[in-house]
Design a protein around this ligand. Sequence first.
Ligand code: PGA
Length: 243
Amino acid sequence: MNNKKLLVGNLKMYMDTRHVISYLENLKEIDLPKELVLCPTNIYLPYFLELNCNIGVQNVAYEEGGAYTGEVSAYQLHEMNVKYAIVGHSERRIYFKETNEEINQKIRQCLNANIVPILCIGETQEEFESGNTKNVIRKQIIDCLFGFDETEINNVVIAYEPVWAIGSGKIPDNNQIDDVVKYIKEVVDNVLKCHDINVLYGGSVSSKNIETLEKLNYINGYLIGKSATDYQEILKMVDFIFS
Ligand code: PGA
């Protein structure tokens, strides 16, 4: 990846067809940067692929192909020109009981199919309050990236998303984020011997706090949920970060 920041929009299951049509209508004539990655619900992928930014997905199958009803493989996504896949989002860990081992397999599928996995990690409110953030994060990194070599890990992006900051409007202060992101890079560096990992911050990012977040020292971009469903918010953040 180049040294430009990455801005990833996780559109979750927020949009209906009418919203998608007006959103795309407003973005399609704009020369969007390739560092902007929009991740819609899968059924809308063909429409989003007409934009000139990069397109990603919110999840991927942990198997290569075959009889897996309802799943979409990394290879199928690659064929459609999808370049990124969010894996291990906390909503998938919590509601769909995804484990670090499954997430590890999903990363394997992405790397085999030439898709950049965006590995989400982060502590819950309870883990944060009990001072366990770093332990939790260390385990998530080591388990999810188990068995990959340096070149492979270099193709992974990590998104640090405190679970308590997602969709809550609460956001850690810059010192807290910097401290954890620096720690993530140290773990990847010291334990996994990979010296160039990119780390995003996610959780209640919007055009209102992007100026403050841009003062962070170790961050390589952002993973944005709710506010990415508003095209004007996207354009404000693109403008602020890339121009
Ligand atoms: P949020 O979501 O920006 O709505 O807090 C972020 C995410 O879940 O990736």
